[in-house]
Design a protein. Structure first.
Length: 68
């Protein structure tokens, strides 16, 4: 069974924003000597994010509606 998800779906844009934050804060300049260190850093980021920064992303698109 296949499920088509359009690439412009709002949930997809929001998860892309979150991965961008993860990349900028942890992955881009991180120096990981093993996969376990990477997993530990990402897990710590997720835990900290959920405890202190988690919030809905505000949708700000004001352009033209998508044409089918």
């Amino acid at each position: 069974m296949f499920h088509y998800t359009p690439t412009h779906g709002s949930w997809l844009n929001q998860i892309e924003l979150w991965f961008c934050i993860l990349t900028r804060r942890i992955l881009r300049y991180g120096n990981f000597h093993s996969p376990d260190e990477l997993v530990t850093a990402v897990t710590a980021f997720i835990k900290g994010w959920n405890e202190t920064e988690a919030h809905p992303f505000r949708w700000t698109y004001e352009g033209l509606p998508l044409v089918r």
